[in-house]
Each structure stands twice: as C-alpha cells, then as structure tokens.
Write a protein that binds this ligand. Structure first.
Ligand code: ATP
Length: 134
C-alpha cells in the first residue's frame, strides 16, 4: 500500500511527524479534503477544525487552529499557529476558554476587533472540546 509522511508543525515545534500514513482528512476553507498518497501538489488554507490521520488501521485526531496544508505526492505538511493531539488537550482549559469567549462576545459589537478575536477563541475552544469527545 502507498503511504506518505505527515507533519503537523507549529511555532513551538512539531506536534506530529510520522512516515507510513495512509490518509489525511482536513477541512480547508474551500471544503473537506480527503488526501491519499500520490495526491497532486496543493496548498490550501485550513479552517479551525479536526484533522484525522490514518496509519496502521488507527486514526489519530488533532485539533488544528487554522493555518495551511501543503500536499505533495509523498508528504503532507500542516503549518498552524496551534495544534494538539486529542490526548494532549486539557478539556477544562478549553471549557474555560469557551466561557470567556462567550462572555466577550456578549459584551462587544459584531464589527469590533475584540468580537472577531473572541469568535476565533470560541472556535478554537469548541474545536478542542469536539476533538476530545470523538
Ligand atoms: P487559552 O485561552 O486557554 O490559552 P487559546 O485558544 O487562546 O486558549 P492558543 O493561543 O490557541 O490558546 O494556544 C496557545 C498554546 O496553548 C498552544 O501551544 C496550544 O497548543 C496550547 N493550548 C491551548 N489550549 C489548550 C488546551 N485546551 N489543551 C492543551 N493545550 C492547549
């Protein structure tokens, strides 16, 4: 079976780096991507969402906070400001972040910069919570 190398990299360093992966699923801003080895080269911006990596009949799930995916036939690289493996997510922290963001959203107007920041913080927190419950 054909496989590829998958790396998920943040400013703090690599979060995931494995050879022998069989499939990567991610959500780009243009829609869901299901990538198999040998895929045509592609670069796409990602939404704040789960990324699934299938290897050895096992699927690892990560919470990825936006960034980009670069696909080459033998390699997939995800570059993001933050990314965590499901097992490394602190659910209480994410729940606290969700509550903080919800309070900020109530207290600011939609066009405010603080509203946008709170919306992204809320999206990150919800994504982390969702990833731990799958
Ligand atoms: P918080 O308000 O809890 O810091 P945040 O969304 O503002 O959440 P980020 O700026 O996205 O946090 O991430 C900062 C660093 O903390 C990153 O290294 C990220 O991987 C890590 N991180 C954030 N939230 C969690 C969490 N719930 N569990 C584990 N690591 C987390």
């Amino acid at each position: 079976m054909k496989t590829f190398t998958v790396s998920v990299v943040t400013p703090d360093g690599p979060v995931y780096e494995e050879t022998g992966a069989e499939m990567v699923s991610a959500k780009a801003t243009s829609g869901e991507l299901g990538i198999l080895p040998g895929h045509v080269p592609l670069v796409a911006p990602l939404t704040i969402n789960a990324v699934r990596i299938k290897k050895d009949n096992n699927t690892q799930i990560l919470a990825v906070s936006g960034g980009f995916i670069e696909v080459r036939p033998d390699q997939v690289t995800i570059l993001a400001q933050a990314a965590e493996l499901a097992a490394d997510i602190n659910v209480d922290r994410a729940k606290a972040a969700k509550e903080r963001a919800e309070k900020r959203l109530q207290g600011s107007k939609q066009e405010d910069i603080d509203f946008k920041r709170a919306q992204y913080a809320l999206d990150r927190a919800i994504n982390r919570i969702n990833v731990t419950s799958r």
